[in-house]
Ligand binder design. Structure first.
Ligand code: SAM
Length: 332
C-alpha cells in the first residue's frame, strides 16, 4: 500500500514521535505546518500539543485515511488537510513546521520554507542522515558544501536526533536525523542570488584555492561580461551616480553584517585588520590593469588567494562578496 515514489515511510515508534514533538517545543498557541502527514501518527501528537495543524499531503488515499482517522474526534476542527504537492502550493501562515518528509524534496523544500513570509519560528524536520549532516556541517568538515553555506546564511541549524531506519515502516535504505532550522532574525541583508553565485563558483572545486578558481578563463569571462554590462548600463542611462551610491550603501550594510557575524564566529581577524584592508581597497583596480589582475588584486586584498572554499566561514564569504561588490564585480 505504501508508495516508494512518494517516499512513504511511516513512523511506527510512538516514543520517537513523542520525542520529536517535545524537541520541537510546540506551544499551545502554535499553528503547526506538517508536510506529508501520511497516516497521521505525528499529526495526532501535534494536535495534542498545538492550537491547530495544517497538513499538506500529496497522496489522496492518505488524505482520505487522515480524514477518516480524525473525523468525529475533538481534534477534527483544529486540523486542516490540504491535498497537493507542497512544492507547488502556497503555504499558509504557520509558527512552526514539524515534518517527516519524503527525502526527494529535501533541498527545494528547505529553501521554500526559508523564503516563506512571514518568517516562522523554527522547523524541526526529519532528513536523510547525510543531507542532515550537510546542513549542519562547519568549515573544514568533510560534508561542508554549498548547501551548508547557503542554509546557514539564512538560518541557525542544529542536529537534534539520530534515527535508525528500523523506526519506519517500510524501513528506508538510509538512516535519518532530525534537524532544527531557525531562521535568522533579522535575515542578513544580502542579495541571495548574488551570494549563491559566488558560493557556487567557489564550491565548484571546493579544494582548489580561490586563486586558481578565479584564474579560469571561463570564470573571468563570465565576470567580465557582467562587469561590462553593468558599467555600460550605468553610463548609458546616466545612472552612474545613483547606482554608485546604492552600491556603497549595500556594501556598508554588508560590512556591518560582517562585523556582527565575526563576533559570533571568531575567525581570528580583529577589527584593526579589517579597517586596514578596507583602506587598501580605495586604490585597488587602477586604470590600465587587466581584468584578471583586478580580480587577483581583490583576492589578495582580502588574503583569499590561497584559501579554499572548504575552509571558508560565513564571515569569509560575506567579506569576499563585499570586496567584489565594492569593486563593481557581481555574480548574478
Ligand atoms: N508523516 C508520516 C509519518 O511520519 O508516519 C508519513 C511520512 S512519509 C516519510 C512522507 C509523506 O509525504 C507520505 O505520506 C507521502 O505521500 C507524502 N508526500 C510525498 N511527496 C509529497 C509532496 N510533494 N507534497 C506533500 N506530501 C508529499
Amino acid at each position: 500500500p505504501f508508495e516508494k515514489s512518494k517516499g512513504q515511510h511511516i513512523l511506527k515508534n510512538p516514543m520517537l514521535v513523542d520525542t520529536i514533538v517535545q524537541k520541537a517545543g510546540v506551544q499551545p498557541t502554535d499553528v503547526v505546518l506538517e508536510i506529508g502527514p501520511g497516516t497521521g501518527n505525528l499529526t495526532r501528537k501535534l494536535l495534542d500539543a498545538a492550537k491547530s495543524v495544517v497538513a499538506v499531503e500529496l497522496d489522496p488515499r492518505m488524505v482520505l485515511e487522515l480524514n477518516r482517522r480524525f473525523h468525529a474526534t475533538p481534534h477534527a476542527s483544529r486540523l486542516k488537510v490540504i491535498q497537493g504537492d507542497v512544492l507547488k502550493c502556497d503555504l499558509p501562515y504557520f509558527d512552526i513546521c514539524v515534518a517527516n518528509i519524503p527525502y526527494q524534496i529535501s533541498s527545494p523544500l528547505t529553501f521554500k520554507l526559508l523564503s516563506h513570509r512571514p518568517v516562522f519560528r523554527c522547523a524541526v524536520i526529519m532528513f536523510q542522515r547525510e543531507f542532515a549532516m550537510r546542513l549542519v556541517a562547519n568549515p573544514g568538515d568533510n560534508l561542508y558544501c554549498r548547501l551548508s553555506v547557503n542554509v546557514q546564511l539564512l538560518a541557525r541549524v542544529s542536529h537534534l536526533l539520530k534515527v535508525g531506519r528500523n523506526n519506519f515502516r517500510p524501513p528506508p535504505k538510509v538512516d535519518s536525523s532530525v534537524v532544527r532550522i531557525e531562521p535568522r532574525r533579522p535575515l542578513p541583508p544580502v542579495n541571495f542570488k548574488e551570494w549563491d553565485g559566488l558560493v557556487r563558483l567557489c564550491f565548484n572545486r571546493k579544494n582548489k584555492t580561490l586563486g586558481s578558481i578565479f584564474k579560469q578563463k571561463s570564470v573571468l569571462a563570465l565576470l567580465e561580461k557582467n562587469y561590462k554590462t553593468l558599467q555600460s548600463l550605468q553610463l548609458s542611462q546616466n545612472l552612474h551616480v545613483d547606482e554608485d551610491k546604492m552600491a556603497s550603501d549595500d556594501v556598508a550594510v554588508l560590512a556591518d553584517m560582517v562585523e556582527d557575524l565575526s563576533m559570533e564566529i571568531n575567525d581570528g581577524r580583529d577589527e584593526e585588520d579589517m579597517e586596514m584592508e578596507e583602506g587598501d581597497l580605495v586604490g585597488g583596480g587602477g586604470e590600465g590593469s587587466s581584468f584578471k589582475e583586478k580580480i587577483m588584486g581583490i583576492l589578495q586584498q582580502g588574503d583569499f588567494a590561497e584559501k579554499r572554499a572548504s575552509k571558508l566561514t560565513q564571515v569569509d564569504f560575506l567579506y569576499l562578496l563585499s570586496l567584489f561588490n565594492k569593486a563593481g564585480i557581481h555574480f548574478s
